[in-house]
Design a protein around this ligand. Structure first.
Ligand SMILES: NC(=O)c1ccc[n+]([C@@H]2O[C@H](COP(=O)([O-])OP(=O)(O)OC[C@H]3O[C@@H](n4cnc5c(N)ncnc54)[C@H](OP(=O)(O)O)[C@@H]3O)[C@@H](O)[C@H]2O)c1
Length: 329
């Protein structure tokens, strides 16, 4: 089967479409004929070798975390799916390779594709949608009526986070550039900060969901009330994540590199929590139900055929996508 791999660590030039054997299907696995996959910044960070410490993958690396497709075969112990089912999934960290004709995943990370979504729209959801849900509901523990700032509301994660926050009953402020103001309003944002005009962030918030990294995390800690929380996914991990997931030598390095952030959190009387999302078929089914009842609409920036995967990566890496970039297979 055809698959996109990073032949070594590097830029888009290391991407190649190669022939690979079909994935092995274990007793609890579902074999999916992929119709569409979405790209995430994680894919190019893996390709560049920037997440080696967390994801121990060696080139050639099969890329792609998010898929939507049709079940072709199931393992003997699979109970939830049958051949012919239309499904979507965020693949497990050691079984990526969604930019391919076929992929295998344990049934725990798979859910039925929402009937209202195309394969392209469904592929836009898993990693970004689960990240947003886990950040807002689990890591920040937000409840209806609370006020959250979601950074980069027009992006892959942000465009879903705004809508998910509205489903959760939250008041949403989002940051965006002038050209995307109408878009984030349509997605449901209650208040907008145009970062290109250097507008100030609000203050006294219950939480900030930060996808932008170090400098933004510091500013975000100034926007939450005492007892509030900033959940970050785009910058450096926190001590808890480093202890659980990083090798011993990396922990003091992370500790030193995040000192400013800890001090800012102390000054604000607030918490910072780093989130590394996890695949979860049940939560994906919940997101699918919100798509089917019209409360969540995936936003597809542009679709590319598999043969144009390099162009798809280049578009993602420009960092200006409105929603998600899709590769069709
Ligand atoms: N830890 C985890 O589990 C996890 C999970 C998911 C994502 N992430 C990380 O989260 C980050 C975002 O991912 P993504 O998929 O949302 O990326 P993305 O779709 O590529 O983000 C692009 C968007 O960012 C907006 N943007 C850029 N600079 C901005 C700024 N200063 N203020 C406000 N908006 C800005 C752009 O809008 P404009 O054109 O309007 O500027 C564009 O719409 C990445 O670093 C990714 O690796 C981490």
């Amino acid at each position: 089967m055809k698959a996109v791999v990073a032949e070594r660590y590097g830029g888009p030039e290391v991407l190649a479409i190669v022939d690979r054997p079909d994935p092995e299907v274990g007793p609890r696995d579902v074999l999916i004929a992929v119709k569409a996959a979405s790209l995430n910044p994680l894919d190019f960070k893996i390709r560049e070798g920037k997440v080696k410490l967390v994801l121990k993958l060696k080139p050639p690396i099969a890329l792609g975390c998010d898929v939507a497709g049709v079940v072709e075969r199931v393992g003997a112990e699979v109970t939830k799916f049958r051949p012919g089912d239309e499904v979507f999934a965020r693949l497990e960290k050691d079984r990526m390779g969604g930019l391919a004709e076929r992929v295998a995943a344990t049934e725990q990370v798979v859910a039925r594709k929402p009937a209202r979504a195309s394969f392209e729209e469904a592929a836009a959801i898993p990693l970004a949608g689960l990240t947003a849900l886990q950040a807002l509901r689990e890591a920040a523990g937000l409840t209806p009526g609370q006020r959250v700032l979601i950074h980069a509301g027009a992006g892959g994660v942000g465009s879903l986070a705004i809508q998910i926050a509205k489903v959760l009953g939250l008041h949403v402020t989002t940051t965006t550039s002038t050209k995307n103001i109408d878009l984030v309003k349509q997605l449901g944002a209650d208040a907008i900060v145009d970062y290109t005009k250097h507008e100030p962030l609000p203050d006294g918030l219950d939480a900030v969901f930060d996808t932008l990294g170090a400098a933004s995390e510091l500013a975000s800690l100034g926007a939450v009330k005492r007892g509030g929380i900033v959940v970050g996914v785009g910058g450096l991990p926190d001590g808890a994540f480093a202890k659980a997931r990083l090798p011993g030598f990396a922990r003091p390095v992370i500790w030193l590199a995040t000192g400013k952030r800890r001090r800012a959190a102390n000054r604000a009387g607030a918490r910072f929590a780093y989130l590394f999302m996890r695949p979860d078929g049940e939560q994906l089914a919940e997101l699918a139900s919100w798509i089917d009842d019209g409360r969540l609409k995936p936003l597809v920036h542009r679709s590319y055929p598999l043969a144009e995967s390099r162009q798809a990566f280049a578009e993602l890496e420009r960092g200006r996508a409105r929603g998600k970039i899709i590769v069709t297979i």
